[in-house]
Structures are given as structure tokens and as C-alpha cells.
Design a protein around this ligand. Structure first.
Ligand code: SF4
Length: 329
């Protein structure tokens, strides 16, 4: 009985000490858990160079694996810049082709005017197309609809014999393209007539408006091919309609398309521009040396962009059609 009272006091004291020890420790544990969550989310939302999300088809490593592997380092110190580019765009030059695919349009835009490329693809400025491009879209849509509606005859060929058959799809094309500029039937009719002149022979169409994704060298590439025809020798003809002036057509565009297509299914390929403004054509064969020079051009253009530290203005006649001119200075 003499020992019972001190024993009870000792137990009570131990209980009080344990209670206070738990109370002081719990907040710091909660804080620690929250911080790790914040860092994890932050790393996912704003991947810097050291946490870059590498597409699986670029590296063979899935995005989630790549991010997870780098999270601890990202939490310890800010990622180092890999480019000396100081333009302040949303995307850096070193990231533009790892986040997005390569396309002929993008490379062409860079070579036409580096500053416009920077404003559109790095700063994310909207670059609305002008009337000539919208008219071209309406013509392309009319031809696509006309070929689909006409369909193949008993021998598999497609015969479109008059411009009226094409212009019949004018309203439908307008509804699909929804141009910002006013475009009249009379403006597109000459393009329909030239299509008839250039396509008098029965067409052996394999596909129209084919979206193709492939690789050129180590780069992901994407394009839309206006029309693919089959030749009697089981080869293919890639047709691209041009509604602009022939001198603006660049053979490297179709060479890139052929490269991606031949990677998918190697076979003889011929390439053809149909100039619907003038009624002319330009055709050539896709050869192994063209294949090599195409890959070299793509690779050198991409490297030039990725390593660029500034993007110079290139003033010229194309400034009149530039949709980002108000941001240019
Ligand atoms: S206005 Fe001319 S120089 Fe400026 S971004 Fe456009 S094309 Fe380039």
C-alpha cells in the first residue's frame, strides 16, 4: 500500500510525457508529407529540362517512368537550362521537337522567317491564315468530297469529267472549312476546270487526305497527303494540289511525305504537284539519294532550330501574309 501511491503517480507522469511528445511531433510529420506531394505535382506540371517528358517512341522509356526517375533530383535543386535561348517563350528551342512532331510546315516556316517560327511555335501566338490559304482549303475539300461521292466504277477507277461535278460540293466545302474571308463560287471554279484538265485519265485512287505519322531519322514526323494513286506497276503516286504559284512549291515537302510512306511500306513511289492555279504539273521519282538528302535536311534543320539562341526577322514579300506581324517588333 505504501508503494501504490508513488507507482500511480509515476504511471500518470509517464502518460502525460507521452501525450505531449505525440502532440509536438504530429504537425511536422504532416508537413513533411504535404511537401513531398507538392513537389511531386509541381514536377509533373512543369517539367524542366532535367524532368523532360520523353515520348515513348522517342526513347523507349514511357513518360511516367522518366518523370518518376528524376523526381528526387528535381526536388533538391532547380533544373539547369540546356539552351542559352533567352526569348522567354512557353517552349524552348531544345524542347520544340521533343514535345511536338516535325512537319514540313514547321521547318518551312523557320527557313522563311525564324522570328515567325519563334512567335508561333515557341511563344504560342495565333497565326491566322489569310484568304489565299482559306481558298486553297475550300478547293481541297471540294475535291476530297467529289472523289468520295463519285466513287469507283466497275473497274475500280474514278472518273470526274466536268468542273460542275466538283463545284457542286462548294456549299458543303464552305460549311466544313468555315473560312473567315468571303469566297465566291466564281473564284474557285477555275481551279475545278484545271483539275479536270490535269486528271482526264481515269483515277486509280488509293486514299485521299491520308494522315501519316512516321519517323524521319530519329524524329517523329506527321503530314497529310492530298491523294495517293496506284500505278499499273503496283507503285504509288503521291499527289499534292497547289493553289498558289508554282514557284513557291518546294520538292522537299513531297520528299518528306515519301520518306515517311516508304518507311511504312517500301515500294516505288512517284511524286506529283498539281498546280490548280495554272494547270501545270511537276513529277519526279523518289530515289535512294533523295531519301538520304531528305533525312539529312530534316536532321540539320531540326538541329539548327534546337541550338538557336535567337530568331531573326526576315523581312520580305511574305510579311504581307504574316498572321503574327503585330507581335514582330
Ligand atoms: S512580319 Fe515578316 S519579319 Fe515579322 S515575323 Fe512576320 S514574316 Fe517575319
Amino acid at each position: 500500500m505504501e508503494l501504490l501511491v508513488p507507482l500511480v503517480i509515476l504511471v500518470v507522469l509517464i502518460a502525460i510525457v507521452c501525450y505531449f511528445w505525440k502532440c509536438t511531433r504530429a504537425p511536422s510529420e504532416r508537413a513533411s508529407g504535404d511537401t513531398s506531394l507538392e513537389q511531386s505535382d509541381h514536377t509533373k506540371l512543369e517539367p524542366g529540362p532535367s524532368t523532360r517528358v520523353i515520348p515513348a517512341d522517342d526513347s523507349g522509356v514511357s513518360p511516367s517512368v522518366d518523370v518518376a526517375r528524376h523526381q528526387p533530383r528535381a526536388a533538391q535543386k532547380p533544373p539547369a537550362r540546356r539552351s542559352r535561348y533567352q526569348g522567354g517563350g512557353r517552349v524552348s528551342p531544345s524542347e520544340v521537337f521533343s514535345k511536338n512532331y516535325v512537319s514540313y510546315t514547321r521547318l518551312k516556316l523557320y527557313h522563311q522567317c525564324p522570328r515567325r517560327f519563334e512567335l508561333v511555335y515557341l511563344a504560342g501566338r495565333d497565326d491566322p491564315v489569310g484568304k489565299p490559304a482559306e481558298l486553297g482549303s475550300v478547293v481541297h475539300k471540294m475535291l476530297e468530297m467529289c472523289i468520295a461521292r463519285t466513287g469507283p466504277a466497275w473497274d475500280g477507277s474514278i472518273r470526274i469529267q466536268t468542273a460542275k461535278e466538283i463545284i457542286a460540293h462548294f456549299e458543303g466545302a464552305l460549311a466544313s472549312v468555315r473560312p473567315r474571308h468571303s469566297i465566291a463560287r466564281a473564284e474557285v471554279f477555275p481551279y475545278c476546270q484545271n483539275f479536270i484538265t490535269l486528271n482526264r485519265a481515269p483515277l486509280h485512287v488509293v486514299e485521299t487526305e491520308r494522315t501519316l505519322e512516321g519517323m524521319i531519322g530519329s524524329r517523329r514526323f506527321k503530314c497529310v497527303i492530298d491523294r495517293i494513286d496506284r500505278t499499273q506497276a503496283n507503285g504509288l503516286v503521291l499527289v499534292d494540289y497547289k493553289t498558289g504559284r508554282p514557284e513557291y512549291a518546294d520538292e522537299r515537302q513531297l520528299n518528306m511525305y515519301a520518306y515517311a510512306l516508304c518507311t511504312e511500306q517500301p515500294r516505288p513511289v512517284r511524286l506529283q504537284f498539281q498546280f490548280l492555279k495554272t494547270g501545270q504539273t511537276k513529277e519526279w521519282g523518289f530515289t535512294p539519294s533523295l531519301q538520304q538528302s531528305t533525312a539529312d535536311w530534316v536532321e540539320s534543320s531540326v538541329k539548327q532550330i534546337e541550338s538557336a539562341t535567337s530568331f531573326a526577322q526576315r523581312r520580305g514579300p511574305l510579311c504581307r501574309y504574316c498572321g503574327v506581324s503585330r507581335f514582330c517588333d
